[in-house]
Every structure is written in C-alpha cells, then in structure tokens.
Design a protein. Structure first.
Ligand SMILES: [Zn+2]
Ligand SMILES: [Zn+2]
Ligand SMILES: [Zn+2]
Ligand SMILES: [Zn+2]
Lengths: 142, 142
DNA sequence: GCCCCCAAGGTTATAATATAACTTTAATAG
DNA sequence: CTATTAAAGTTATATTATAACCTTGGGGGC
C-alpha cells in the first residue's frame, strides 16, 4: 500500500480547521500548501508561481502572494525574510511565533519551537548570523 | 555653543576604529553613516540614495548598497529585514548580534542588547510579531 | 616625484521581489 | 434564482537588490 502523503493529510486537517473558522481552503490554496509541504526547502514566491503556472494552476504573481499571505495569516505557513521564501508550518494550524535555523550550506531549514534562544544552542547548529526583529507597539503607542 | 553632533563624533570614532583595521572611512561611507545616525528612524536604501543623490553625493543604487553592505560588515549599521531598511548601530563598531523592537505605529526602532528574549518582555513593548532567523551551519554541515 | 596597484566608486542594465487597482468568476446564503 | 461577497484573474507598475564592467584616485615602493 502506498505511503500516505503527509502533505495531503495536512491539507485535509487544515481544511477541517479552517472550515471550523468559517474559512475555505480553496483549490489554489490547497495546491500552494501542498507544494510547500512537499518541498524539502522553503520556496520563493516566483518559484512557486512557476511551478503552479506550468501546471495551469496560477495566473500571475498576485494570486500566489495572496495565497501566501493567507496561509501565513492562518498559521499554515511562515515567511522567512532572510531568504525571501516560504515554508509550511510543521506545528499545526495555529498562528504562533516561530524561530528558524537556516543552514547556509545545505539550505536545510528547521523550525524550532519557541522562540527560545536556548533551543538555538542545542542540537549542534552553529549560528553565524542571528536576526531578531519584533514588531508591535512601543510603550508610548499602546 | 552648539551641541556637538553625536553622529559626527560617531563617525570620528568610527574612522579611528576602521583605520586601526587598515580600512578607510571614505567620504561616501561617512556621509551614509551620518545620514543613518541623524535619521530618527531606519532608512531604506533608495531613500538614502535620493538624499545623497540630491546633494550630488551618490551616483546610483549600487554605490549605496555597497556602502551599506560595508557598514553592516564593519558593525557600524544593521539591516532590518522586516522593513527593508538600515539603521546605524548604537553599540560601537564591533559586529554583533542584535535584536530590534519595531513599533508599527510610530515606526520607532529600538536596538536592544542581546539577543536576549527576556529583554523583549521588559520595557513595555507589546510584541505582535516576532521574527527569529538564525543562519549558520547545521550539525551535518560543520 | 613617478609609477603601479588595487580598493573604491561610477555607470548601465537588469534581476528579483512585491503590490496597486481594477475586472471577472463562483460559492454561499436567503 | 438572485444578491452578496470572497476569491481569483488580469494588467501594470513599484520596490528592492545585484551583475558586470569601466574609471578614478590614494598611497606605498622606488
Ligand atoms: Zn510554525
Ligand atoms: Zn547543512
Ligand atoms: Zn548594533
Ligand atoms: Zn510607537
């Protein structure tokens, strides 16, 4: 029997979660999510666009960006700004703060629970550059 | 008597530090650094280009990007990827890991010592989104 | 001083990433 | 079956960043 596709299962469960929120996981959204899940590494928006477009599934960049924004909003994906790429979230469909270890050699990306900096030290990842940017409201603006 | 310009002092001390490293803080580099120091908020590369260009001090975007890369390398500035902008480093001319609190309302940006996440909680900054990306070498690639 | 070297900057063109603004389609509710 | 509206299509363009190559000029060896 064929190994069940984890991505497809994920999109299945994502569908459930979203519909509980009154939100549709449309075909395009599902396609994008599956591409992200199947990919070994984060994917850029235009790379994603080319993949979908070559299968007749995406019309133009705005469609892809809209879906990506949607997936990030819904907690199903993350944007990695240091490499301008997107990755499926491996932690379930709840928006959450995440931290990433990005290997400059093999391009492997690991999402770590957290963001706990102590987790960075563990697991043998050798940090060369660290980017930490918090967005929100300063004391004066609250 | 006029208040001494902190930016100019900074560039003065930067000159010393760099020349001790055998590196020149040229006029263009000094100009960019002063703009970053004088600015109340981080500045985008093209914004910076316009400022310099209107004073006949920069020829084209590559010049600005080269200087910015240089300043970041030398620990005199930081790049904020979540807003694609650059800011002078307020911690002295040594390359170091930094963390930033970016207010989405007033655009104020504070560089905090660290990156210690506990520092995020202090000072009353209300984090809405947190981006933590470490680049380096994974265990397998070392 | 003169020449050479080479780091810095100038120049042109273009790549890569992202969004604005408007139109059309289609899913759902009533 | 319509009205409503979210999603997707479409066109054009904005924004950010880099490639590739040429020119200039400061500073050391002589
Ligand atoms: Zn996640
Ligand atoms: Zn690796
Ligand atoms: Zn700093
Ligand atoms: Zn504020």
């Amino acid at each position: 029997m064929p190994t069940p596709c984890q991505a497809c299962e994920s999109t299945g469960s994502a569908t459930k979660t979203l519909s509980a929120r009154g939100i549709r996981l449309t075909e395009l959204r599902r396609d994008v999510l599956q591409q992200l899940h199947h990919a070994k590494h984060p994917i850029g928006a235009y790379q994603l666009f080319d993949m979908l477009n070559s299968k007749g599934k995406a019309s133009a960049p705005p469609a892809v960006y809209r879906v990506l924004d949607f997936l990030v909003e819904q907690g199903l994906a993350h944007k990695l700004r240091s490499i301008s790429a997107y990755t499926a979230c491996c932690m379930g469909p709840h928006s959450h703060q995440a931290a990433f270890l990005i290997c400059r050699n093999c391009s492997d990306v690991e999402e770590i629970k957290g963001p706990s900096l102590s987790a960075l030290a563990k697991g043998g990842f050798q940090v060369e550059d660290l980017m930490l940017e918090a967005t929100g409201l300063c004391g004066a603006c609250q």
